[in-house]
Design a protein around this ligand. Sequence first.
Ligand SMILES: [Zn+2]
Ligand SMILES: [Zn+2]
Length: 145
Amino acid sequence: MPTANTLAARMSGTGRRLTTQRVVVAEALAAAKQALSAQELFERLRARHPRIGLATVYRALEHQVELGMAGRLERAGHVSAYVACQPEHHHHLVCAACQRVEDLDEALLRPLLRSVDERHDFQVDHARLDFYGLCARCRRRGART
Ligand SMILES: [Zn+2]
Ligand SMILES: [Zn+2]
């Protein structure tokens, strides 16, 4: 049986390592400048951070979503992709071919939110709208979703 002291030491050790790993994941996602699944980010990190596990990467990404540091996007096959984001920002244009993500100008959505209010008598508090398609570069290359 480990004593309370050794447990505390071990847990604080885990805590420090967890924090470091979360920072590593956050930095890697921000540097990627595209949407990445947990698996893809894990593969990018593996060479330089051999101690990091896929589950840790996944949990770190979900934690970033909770903190508003990242947005969660859909991929085919019920896979989530993640993109580094500002807390006040919620709308994205996602290229399904190259996974580049552009922030959508919030002003474009104001008329839509006004219409929702008028037609449905519903006051929108917050919304998440992500648009999936092909960016100009990928369309020129003849890419398909
Ligand atoms: Zn964003
Ligand atoms: Zn593209």
